[in-house]
Structures are given as C-alpha cells and as structure tokens.
Ligand binder design. Structure first.
Ligand SMILES: CSC[C@H]1O[C@H](OP(=O)(O)O)[C@H](O)[C@@H]1O
Ligand SMILES: Nc1ncnc2[nH]cnc12
Length: 311
C-alpha cells in the first residue's frame, strides 16, 4: 500500500490472527506492512502493523495482524503455513496471540453468533499438517495440558461480558474439536463429538496453538458460532451460512477484539503480554537431543527462531 512503511523498528508484542470473514482490522492506523520470510517459508499474508492507542497513556501500541487463510481466503485449513505464521510473529517480538475463528456449535445453548472462549481442544486433524518446529534431528516436547492461556482467557472473558447486552453473548469455557476438513463432518462424527462433550468445532486451532506453545507465545482463541454443524434438526452447515453469520456479526467481533486490545494495552498486563510464564520452557524442552546428535539443518532453523537457546 502506498505510503505505508515496510519495516518496523520496535518489537511488537501482541498479534491478532484473523480467520474466516475477518481478513482485516479496519479503523486502526496502519503503520507498516511486513513481508517476513522464515526458514519454514512465507506466512499466510503480509503482517500489518496497526497502531492501537493505549487507553491509559494514549501512546500508540503496535499490534500485528495476520490473515490465516490469506488476504483473499485462498488457503484451505490444511494449507495454512502455521509454522511460518508463528515463526514470523515470534521473530518480530510477538509473545501474545489472540486468534479468531468461525466455529460450528455442538450445543443447543451455543447459538449462531454467540462467542465462546474455549479452554480445551480435541485434536481430530489427520497428521497431514506440519505440527512442530522440532524434527529432522532436534527433538522437543513441550507441555500442552492446557492448550490455551488462562491469563489471556480471563482478560478476554471480562471484555466479552462488558459488551453483553449490546448484541454479544459469551460462553466462558468450551471444548473445541479441531477437525481436518476441508469437508464438514458427517452426522455420525458430529454426534460422536457431542457425546465426547464437544462444545464447538473448527478446522484451524491446530497446529496453530501447538506451535504457539512451542514458540513460548501465550495463545487464546475467540470463537464465534456460525452454524449448528449437521447434528441439529435445523439446516446443515454450508459456507453461505457461515459467511452470512460472520458478516452480520462482524461489527461485534471487531468491537470484541478492540476491547481485548484496549485491555491488553494497559501497563498492568505487561507481564502477561510478554508471556513471562512461558519464557525458557522451550530451551529445556528442546535440549533433549545431545549436541553430538543434532542435525545441522534442524539446528540452524531453531537457532533462527530461538537465538542462543541451543548453543
Ligand atoms: C468457511 S467454514 C470452515 C472454515 O471456517 C473456520 O475458519 P477459521 O477458523 O479460520 O475462522 C474453520 O476453522 C474452517 O477453516
Ligand atoms: N460446522 C463447522 N465445522 C468445522 N468448522 C467450522 N467452521 C464454521 N463452522 C464449522
């Protein structure tokens, strides 16, 4: 875009990953567009650096925005280059990701256009997506018992509830089933996920959340229900339905994200935003391979992502 810088000097700590129907965040000042290349290739889209005024100091806080499926939704869920996305965000300093997703509801009480802050995931992807930074001669195992960041979730819930009564309805917790796609589920699968206690379903939380954890980035997804999948007696999910609800409720989604960014920009959340609680975990998780056994290619890639960690 003419007049927008292609570099940004300061570290950017907070990122938003936009999903289906949320390919941009208008109304913020566009400070830069970054084309980052990583050892895992190029991210889904250029990274936009947006200036968000801190509600306490008025100072502009930089926010990175990345469109998960590309600028024109040209990447299917299994084609999203999640390693490049997460690596690119970490390389510019990001330690907090608020990820947005359009989901199917597996529960009567979660109605289309309701928001859900998920706290657990069941992985129903099929192993066809690259899902770790540790491979090819460098082994690493990070904890993933709680796949989302409870500290960020608390902030997101307070912000969501503050908008209730203005068209926003929020469910504080939920079990998210992440399926492979791109086809939607069969009715038998949909009912199986319900019997497992699933609340909502999408195709995008994984491996994104796992890679964020490996990269020591606090990660919380905000889900917006767009359909009742195919278990319900109402019409089966289709793309028109998903896009229709996303479009109709996009103003609320943007207000919700704006409120979360307002809150996270406050100095009192500085330690949370820097994900200090995750700092260093990957250094230990990835030190299991003795130096003598480390393959050069794998070490070089990890050195790019974690300078100094595996010296
Ligand atoms: C267009 S329906 C399926 C599609 O929608 C969700 O996308 P996102 O999570 O990026 O908002 C779902 O995960 C699928 O990728
Ligand atoms: N029913 C559904 N299944 C999987 N992903 C979705 N995204 C939106 N609705 C969905």
């Amino acid at each position: 875009m003419a007049g927008v810088a292609d570099s940004y000097a300061d570290p950017v700590r907070i990122a938003v990953i936009g999903g289906t129907g949320l390919q941009s965040l208008p109304r913020f000042t566009h400070a830069a567009t970054l084309n980052v290349s990583t050892p895992w290739g190029a991210p889904s889209s250029p990274i936009s650096i947006l200036h968000h005024p801190s509600p306490t100091s008025g100072k502009p806080i930089p926010i990175a925005f990345l469109s998960r499926h590309g600028l024109h939704h040209e990447l299917a869920p299994h084609e999203v280059p999640s390693r490049a996305n997460i690596a690119a965000l970490r390389s510019i300093g990001v330690r907090t990701i608020i990820a947005f997703s359009a989901v199917g509801s597996l529960r009567e009480e979660i109605k289309p256009r309701d928001f859900v802050v998920p706290d657990q995931i069941i992985d129903r992807t099929k192993g066809v997506r690259p899902f770790t930074f540790f491979e090819g001669g460098m082994v690493g195992h990070v904890g993933f018992g709680d796949p989302f960041d409870e500290g960020l979730a608390r902030v997101v819930r307070v912000c969501g509830h503050s908008l209730e009564g203005e068209g926003v309805e929020l469910h504080d917790r939920g079990l998210l089933v992440c399926m492979e796609g791109p086809q939607f589920s069969t009715r038998a699968e949909s009912n199986l996920y319900r019997s497992w206690g699933g609340s909502v379903i999408n195709m995008s939380a994984l491996p994104e959340a796992k890679l964020a954890r490996e990269a020591e980035i606090g990660y919380q997804m905000i889900c917006m229900a767009t359909d009742y999948d195919c278990w319900h007696t109402s019409e089966d999910v289709n793309v028109e339905m998903v896009m229709g609800h996303m479009k109709a409720n996009s103003e609320n989604a943007r207000r919700f994200i704006g409120a979360v960014l307002d809150e996270l920009s406050k100095e009192e959340h500085g330690v949370l935003v820097l994900a200090k609680h995750l700092d260093g975990q990957t250094k230990f998780a990835g030190s299991i391979t003795a130096k003598a056994g480390r393959a050069k290619g794998a070490s070089e890639k990890l050195d790019w992502l974690f300078p100094g960690y595996f010296d």
